[in-house]
Every structure is written in structure tokens, then in C-alpha cells.
Design a protein around this ligand. Structure first.
Ligand code: GLN
Length: 337
């Protein structure tokens, strides 16, 4: 596809978009608010200065700035993709018997289940993600891990691996997640050996990605499940609306409401400091910066997504005409940059 076609899709001049990303990066690079996650010892070692922003359009154009090649563990962003695999393995009706789709308003690691149904609230918080991962089919732990890794390869478009140090670090300290798994076993929401289910969950969280991978994964969701770089189907397109809906309502934990209100895009964050946001039929956004706010969302990541949404008019419910939205501010700023 040519830049012309891309321009048509995004209604944004590619050179201005590149300048805008550079401007956002320079603007937020000095921001030092927040703290890196330290409850998983291995994660506390990350360099807090790392910062990258990447956009991939549905026609495969890539815009990137900062430390976009730096690898880190995907953490909770994996929950989105594991949910897609569980849906493919069992269908929506069955998955809904094990994991709900209601936002919790509580922290991502809250030890709570729905009072009535005993299901975890949704697949984007830890309890729901562990239950979701326990649904992945396979004849044993190795086959299940391989199926999980193959699924990630489809979204990312290259080989992927698990960071063994992050995995073992979380396995030896993840007692809170273990407590949730026991609670769900008690209520019949997990039937398999819970240590195996937890291992697979910790492994999926420890898959290594970079910021560009995040944007490609988000762009795949924006592009009906087809990776826009490899043109291969990564997930059955019938589940895209289910995945994006739950990202929209639950992906940013107890900030999900404010995020939906202000930014208006399906998104998911992880305690690695990554955020993905999906602009359906247009593009995927990836941001990486490990300094987190109290809810576990990247401080710079939230700010960057807020600016992108406002200044490019990306909010899903934006009603202003093209000339009326904040793109004009963006153009002025980008030209001044
Ligand atoms: N592996 C992390 C955990 O289970 C993922 C949490 C997150 O990224 N918010 O605690």
C-alpha cells in the first residue's frame, strides 16, 4: 500500500504523524511520575527511563519513536490474546460460564468473585485471566504452552519466547495469584491442576515483546484479526468484537471508566509498563514506559494515549467533523516542532 492509501485510511499526513510522535516523546520523556512494579522481583530491575511509542496502521505502515526495540515481558497485555484463544477453543457461551464480562472497579489483583455466579468478573483482571488460561486446550502442559506461543507468534509475526527469569521470579512469589486459583478451584471455576494453570499463566505473562510488537498486535485486532505486516489471520474474526468489548470496559482495571470516557478506545495495560490501544479498522497503538500509577497503568502511556486520542480525534464516539476536531491543533503543533 502506498502512503497515499494510508493517508486515506487515517486522514492524517504520515510525515505529520511521525513529527507528532516525536513531539509527544520529547514532551513526556522528562516526566518522572510513578514507580516501576516491584512485587515481582525480576521486574524491579527495569530501567525506568525507557520510553517508546509505536503506531501500526491496518495497511502495515509503521511509525515509531524511542526505545521501540527494547524487549520486556508482556504481563497483563497477554490476557487479551489468551482470551481470544480460549474463545476459539470453546466458544463464547462456554467461556462465559467460567469468566464474566463485568468491570470490577477494583484493583487488577483483587481476590474477588461474583457473589452469585462465583465466576471471576472478567478476563482482564488476574482472577479472570487465570481462569481463562486454564481453559486453553492441549494434551499436557507442553502442548498448551506451545499453542499459547503459536498464538502469540501469529499476532507478533516472528518467533517469541518466555523470559525464564521473569517466569520463575513470579512463580516463586505469586502467592496472591495462587490464592485466587485456590478460591476458583473451590467454586469449580478451574478444574485442572491449578499449579499447571498458574505456570501457563505466569509463562504467558513472561512472553518477551517490544513496543513495535505491541502496536502490531493491536493493529491485528484493529484489522479483523489479520496481522497487517504478515497478512496472516491471527485470531478468528468472529471473536474480535468480544475481545474489543471486554478491553473497552475492563482493560484498564479500575481506571477503565475514566479511560473509556476520555480516551474512548479498547485498550489493555500491563505492569511491565506497556499499553495497547486499538482504533478499529484504522490502527494499533503501543506505548512502553515502566513508571506506573497506583492502579498499575503506565503514567506516560496514559498521557500519550490521551493526547493521541484527543488530537487525532480517535475517541470511538467522537461526533465532531474532521475539520472541527483537535487535528488542527495537532497540525499546528507538529509543524512548529
Ligand atoms: N503477571 C502479573 C500478575 O499476575 C500481571 C499483572 C499485570 O500486568 N497487571 O500479577
Amino acid at each position: 500500500m502506498t502512503n497515499q492509501a494510508n493517508q486515506g485510511d487515517l486522514e492524517i499526513d504520515p510525515s505529520l504523524l511521525k513529527a507528532f510522535l516525536n513531539e509527544l516523546h520529547s514532551q513526556y520523556k522528562p516526566l518522572r511520575e510513578g514507580a516501576v512494579a516491584n512485587y515481582i522481583p525480576e521486574l524491579a530491575k527495569v530501567n525506568p527511563d525507557l520510553f517508546s511509542i509505536c503506531i501500526v496502521t491496518v495497511d502495515g505502515q509503521v511509525y515509531k519513536v524511542g526505545d521501540y526495540e527494547q524487549l520486556f515481558t508482556i504481563q497483563s497485555i497477554s490476557k487479551v490474546f489468551a482470551y481470544g484463544l480460549a474463545l476459539e477453543d470453546h466458544g463464547l457461551d462456554y467461556v462465559l460460564t467460567r469468566v464474566g464480562v463485568e468491570p470490577t472497579g477494583d484493583a487488577f489483583n483483587a481476590i474477588i468473585l461474583d457473589e452469585q455466579s462465583k465466576r471471576p468478573y472478567n478476563p482482564m483482571v488476574n482472577a479472570g485471566a487465570i481462569a481463562t488460561t486454564s481453559l486453553i486446550k492441549g494434551s499436557g502442559p507442553t502442548e498448551r504452552l506451545n499453542r499459547m506461543l503459536d498464538m502469540f507468534r501469529g499476532y507478533i509475526g516472528r518467533d517469541v519466547f518466555v523470559d525464564i527469569l521473569a517466569f520463575t521470579s513470579e512463580r516463586s512469589t505469586g502467592h496472591r495469584n495462587r490464592a485466587m486459583a485456590h478460591l476458583m478451584l473451590n467454586f469449580g471455576m478451574i478444574d485442572r491442576n491449578i499449579e499447571e494453570a498458574l505456570d501457563l499463566y505466569f509463562q504467558q505473562c513472561a512472553v518477551m515483546v517490544n513496543c513495535q510488537d505491541l502496536a502490531v498486535m493491536a493493529a491485528t485486532l484493529a484489522n479483523k484479526g489479520v496481522n497487517p505486516i504478515t497478512n496472516k489471520q491471527a485470531v478468528d474474526k468472529r471473536y474480535i468484537k468480544d475481545i474489543l468489548s471486554v478491553m473497552y470496559t475492563c482493560g484498564m482495571y479500575n481506571f477503565a471508566g475514566e479511560w473509556a470516557y476520555k480516551i474512548g478506545l479498547p485498550a489493555k495495560s500491563g505492569i511491565c509498563g506497556g499499553i495497547i490501544a486499538v482504533v478499529p479498522h484504522k490502527m494499533g497503538i503501543g506505548v512502553f514506559s515502566p513508571l506506573l500509577d497506583v492502579r498499575g497503568n503506565s503514567v506516560r502511556g496514559v498521557k500519550v494515549c490521551e493526547e493521541l486520542s484527543q488530537r487525532l480525534g480517535l475517541h470511538l464516539f467522537e461526533c465532531q467533523g474532521k475539520g472541527e476536531n483537535k487535528q488542527s491543533d495537532y497540525k499546528e503543533n507538529a509543524e512548529n516542532y
